[in-house]
Design a protein. Structure first.
Length: 227
């Protein structure tokens, strides 16, 4: 299967690309600078220079010899540091996620693809009905500053994806952690039943994004995922 990846140079996106390649898929990744990317060289990986907010760049990434059957978006708003209280980086706008999705949806309509590609969107716990499953510290963090801005953008993105008419899966990972791939627990969209302070490794998220590409089990849903 051919997969188009946006946000592939981020930690979750790069892990998803490595997972897809390990399973024999071909991948096209949209990257700002192919010459400086940390993505590994691979015969099944094609890098297209561009940004997700450029219509022409995204269209170039979609119009490959083999059309993509799935599109993974692992975009995230980038902060000036890893601190959840850090400000957004100057090149990241408050509506970065929704702006990029609007560009992608228009590009898909212009690309004359032979089938509707499946969207697999790296969302977050706290989006939509999953807000009620977050613990109090999480709600405080995601109600203010750049994290609050990001959550609002994720909520708008979620609605755009649902209204697109395309097949989709929008997993909502809980608190991200470092570490190896571990078993993933899949919860309802509202996160009911998950632990009070759940976590999931980025490697687990990367693997699950590719699982969602290959399976139709979660199509049309936005499950909370944890380890």
């Amino acid at each position: 299967m051919h997969i188009f990846v946006i946000g592939g140079t981020g930690r979750n996106g790069s892990l998803a690309i490595q997972e897809a390649l390990s399973r024999g898929h071909t991948v096209t990744a949209l990257v700002r600078n192919p010459s400086t990317t940390s993505l590994p060289s691979h015969t099944n990986l094609t890098l297209v220079k561009g940004t997700p907010t450029s219509q022409a760049d995204v269209l170039a990434g979609l119009t490959t010899p083999e059309p993509p059957k799935a599109i993974i978006s692992a975009l995230a708003q980038v902060r000036t540091s890893e601190s959840p209280f850090a400000a957004l980086r100057p090149d990241t706008t408050p509506d970065f996620l929704t702006s990029s999705m609007r560009v992608l949806l228009v590009a898909i309509s212009q690309a004359n693809l032979p089938y509707k590609p499946k969207l697999v969107i790296n969302s977050a716990q706290g989006v939509g009905s999953s807000w009620r499953s977050m613990n109090l510290p999480g709600k405080i963090i995601f109600s203010h500053g750049s994290m609050g801005i990001g959550l609002k953008d994720h909520n708008k993105l979620d609605q755009l994806v649902r209204d697109s008419g395309l097949p989709f899966v929008s997993p909502r990972p809980c608190m991200l952690a470092e570490g190896d791939v571990r078993d993933v627990k899949v919860w309802p969209e509202d996160g009911k039943g998950c632990a009070w302070m759940p976590s999931i490794t980025r490697a687990s998220v990367g693997k699950w994004l590719v699982d969602a590409v290959e399976s139709n089990e979660w199509d049309g849903g936005a499950p909370v995922i944890t380890n």
